[in-house]
Unconditional design. Structure first.
Lengths: 109, 256
């Protein structure tokens, strides 16, 4: 059974990707591919706007950590905008990712 | 009395060789049967994900070292055989480190250091607990906080600590959790709270807590049954993620 899943990636400007909906094991690949596409097009920095996320699981978190590692080895700049959703925010806080990952305006709080 | 509630979702799908190996490996990483810990009851459940090859592995372990009982639970991120191999590394590393350190926070710190030396990014969550006569000392790394059930209700215990293998300059803290006779500690992985129900709603932490509130008089096996029944009744479709549950309950005082 395939459940209709809300997940959208939009690109408000050349260096930002806004993600809305559920970032989980079923959608994480879509974001990963979109980021690759963006980087292949020569973007030197990337802003991931997670404000409209309604859910994030450990596979979503893993992707954020991998992108952060990659940005440092490949020499591009990653910035994240924290989700507003409490549960998604809790995943970041409960894992220490709120302070370890490059959230814009300091740690997600 | 230790016992184990084996819960498995059977399905008729034919799996590829890779996923079959991953599944077999994963199962071999769980204790075959739970030991008897004097003064305590122990029960566990493991529900494998529907699509084995697509998800990481949950694990739990119970072992005795230098006269003390240790519990561990964790969730390895990653996929298939690779995740199963990492699970094996994590489980055996914790056991090995426990020969030299008895602080759960120290065990997590040492495990983190070893994970960060792996060539491939190796991330996992873990809870590590040392069983004591009247409770446990535990440390949590990027894992949902365990829930303590006693006569006053069900509440999360311990302190959140960073994910293992992921970040630099981080540390973990030990927390002591008292367990009165009949009190229980419930460890679970996010497969429980992330289970999807009608309209895409998630099972969530508050629903789990409400279920556990009803388990105050239950033995360890009954707690496991109550949670797995509740999650399976809630959930729509197949189970998407591995799910593990481990319950440690202090033996109640016999009614006189």
């Amino acid at each position: 059974m395939v459940r209709p899943r809300k997940f959208e990636i939009s690109q408000p400007d050349g260096r930002s990707l806004s993600i809305a909906g559920e970032l989980d094991m079923g959608t994480v690949l879509l974001l990963s591919e979109r980021v690759d596409e963006q980087l292949r097009s020569g973007a030197a920095d990337l802003i991931l706007d997670l404000r409209e996320l309604s859910f994030m699981d450990s596979s979503g978190l893993r992707l954020l950590i991998e992108l952060h590692d990659r940005s440092r080895t490949e020499g591009w700049d990653l910035r994240l905008i924290a989700p507003r959703n409490e549960a998604a925010l809790l995943v970041l806080r409960a894992t220490g990712a709120d302070t370890a990952l490059p959230f814009q305006d300091g740690p997600a709080s | 009395v230790g016992s184990r509630a084996a819960v498995a979702i059977e399905n008729a799908r034919i799996y590829g060789e890779r996923s079959r190996i991953a599944h077999t490996l994963q199962q071999s990483l769980l204790p075959e049967e739970l030991p008897d810990i004097p003064g305590y009851e122990l029960a566990s459940a493991y529900i494998p994900a529907f699509e084995y090859s697509e998800v990481g592995g949950d694990f739990y372990d119970v072992w005795q070292v230098r006269g003390q009982w240790m519990l561990a639970m964790g969730d390895v991120t990653g996929k298939g055989v690779e995740a199963a191999a990492l699970t094996s590394l994590v489980r055996h590393t914790l056991r090995a480190i426990s020969e030299f350190h008895s602080s759960p926070a120290e065990l997590l710190a040492q495990l983190d250091a070893i994970l960060r030396k792996q060539r491939r990014k190796s991330i996992c969550t873990a809870i590590c607990a040392r069983v004591e006569p009247a409770g446990v000392t535990l440390a949590v790394g990027g894992h949902p906080l365990p829930i303590c059930i006693d006569s006053s209700g069900a509440r999360p215990v311990g302190k959140f600590g960073p994910l293992l293998g992921a970040f630099e300059d981080v540390e973990w803290q030990d927390s002591h959790v008292e367990l009165a006779p009949g009190g229980a500690l419930v460890m679970f992985t996010d497969g429980v709270t992330d289970a999807v129900g009608e309209d895409g709603e998630r099972y969530g932490a508050s629903r789990l807590r409400a279920t556990l509130e009803q388990c105050r008089q239950y033995c360890a096996d009954e707690v496991i049954q109550a949670v797995t029944n509740s999650v399976q009744a809630f959930q729509v479709g197949e189970h998407a993620d591995d799910t593990a549950l481990l319950v440690l309950r202090r033996t109640p005082v016999a009614a006189s």
